[in-house]
Design a protein around this ligand. Structure first.
Ligand SMILES: [Zn+2]
Length: 269
C-alpha cells in the first residue's frame, strides 16, 4: 500500500474506525479492493453490495508451492477440464407392453401406458468421454480404455486417425446396482442394447446450450432396470467405448403383458 501518490480522502463511519486497528483497517480495505477488482473482471460494478450473480472466471491463476527446503516455486495454474463438468440430464421412461399380445417383445409404434420415470441432472459423462475430447477435439494422441478393459491407442492424425472415427452409437440398459462413476468403462450388468440412437441438433442461446440423445430399449425379459449408458463404436476395429453411464432407483419393466409380475399395482383398462 506504500505509495507517494496523493490519495483521495475517504469518509468512514466513526464506529467502524474505532472498532478496527490501523492494521485491521488496511487489511479490510485491501480485501475490499481485491473483491472489487474480481467483480470488475466480470464486468460488475461492486461497491460493497450487489445483486448481480457473478459467474466463475475460467482463467490461468498464479500459484506458489513451498518445497521441503523452504524454497518457493511459482507457476501458472491452467484451467481444469473436469469430465464431471460434462453433465447429462437423464430421462428414463418405462412403458407397459403393447395391448396387442402379438407385439410383446417388439418395438411397435402403438401408444403405451407410461409406468415409471427417472429424471435428473446429476449424471455422469465418463473419463472415456473426456479422453475422446482430448483426441478428437483437442488433437492429443490418447490411449482410451474400451468396454473390454483394453487400452486402445487412438491417434489424432495419420492413417489410423481415431481408428477410423465413430461408426455408430449403442444405447445400453442394464440391471447393475452400484453407483455410476466417471471411471466406468463398461456397463455393470448390460441386458439390452439399441443400435438406433438419435443425436438431435444443438439448441441454446447465451451461456446455455443443450442437445439430446434418445433411444428406445425393448425388454427381452421382465427387467428391473437400474442403469443406462451410451457407447460409441469405432470404424476400423469396432472398439466399444462407454461415453456416459448412470444408475438410478429401479424401474421395473415387463415384456410379457398383464399381469405384471414386477409391477402388480398396475391394472389394465
Ligand atoms: Zn403394438
Amino acid at each position: 500500500m506504500a505509495s507517494d501518490a496523493v490519495l483521495t480522502p475517504v469518509l468512514l463511519p466513526e464506529a467502524l474506525v474505532q472498532g478496527l486497528s490501523p492494521a485491521q483497517m488496511e487489511a479490510a480495505l485491501a480485501a475490499y479492493l481485491l473483491r472489487k477488482a474480481a467483480y470488475a473482471y466480470r464486468g460488475i460494478d461492486y461497491d460493497g453490495l450487489t445483486n448481480v450473480a457473478a459467474p466463475p472466471v475460467v482463467a490461468p491463476a498464479m500459484i506458489r508451492f513451498q518445497t521441503s527446503t523452504g524454497e518457493w516455486l511459482e507457476g501458472i495454474s491452467e484451467p481444469k477440464i473436469d469430465p464431471n463438468h460434462w453433465r447429462i440430464h437423464l430421462c428414463v421412461e418405462a412403458f407397459a407392453p403393447c395391448d396387442d399380445p402379438a407385439h410383446f417383445g417388439q418395438a411397435c409404434a402403438c401408444p403405451k401406458r407410461l409406468t415409471g420415470m427417472r429424471e435428473g441432472p446429476a449424471n455422469l459423462c465418463t473419463n472415456v468421454f473426456a479422453n475422446w475430447v482430448r483426441v478428437a477435439l483437442l488433437g492429443t494422441n490418447t490411449t482410451i480404455t474400451d468396454a473390454t478393459r483394453a487400452g486402445r491407442a487412438l491417434t489424432s492424425t495419420g492413417g489410423t486417425r481415431l481408428d477410423g472415427g465413430v461408426a455408430s452409437l449403442l444405447g445400453c440398459a442394464g440391471t447393475g446396482v452400484t453407483a455410476a462413476t466417471v471411471a466406468d468403462t463398461n456397463m455393470q450388468t448390460q441386458t439390452e442394447t439399441q443400435a438406433a440412437v438419435t443425436v438431435n441438433t444443438v439448441s441454446g442461446t447465451g451461456s446455455s446450450g443443450t442437445f439430446t440423445v434418445t433411444f428406445t430399449i425393448t425388454a427381452t425379459a421382465d427387467r428391473a432396470y437400474t442403469e443406462v449408458g451410451i457407447k460409441n463404436i469405432t470404424t476400423t476395429t469396432a472398439y466399444n467405448f462407454l461415453l456416459t453411464h448412470d444408475s438410478f432407483s429401479v424401474l421395473n419393466v415387463s415384456n410379457s403383458g398383464w399381469p405384471y409380475s414386477l409391477a402388480p399395482s398396475l391394472r389394465k383398462n
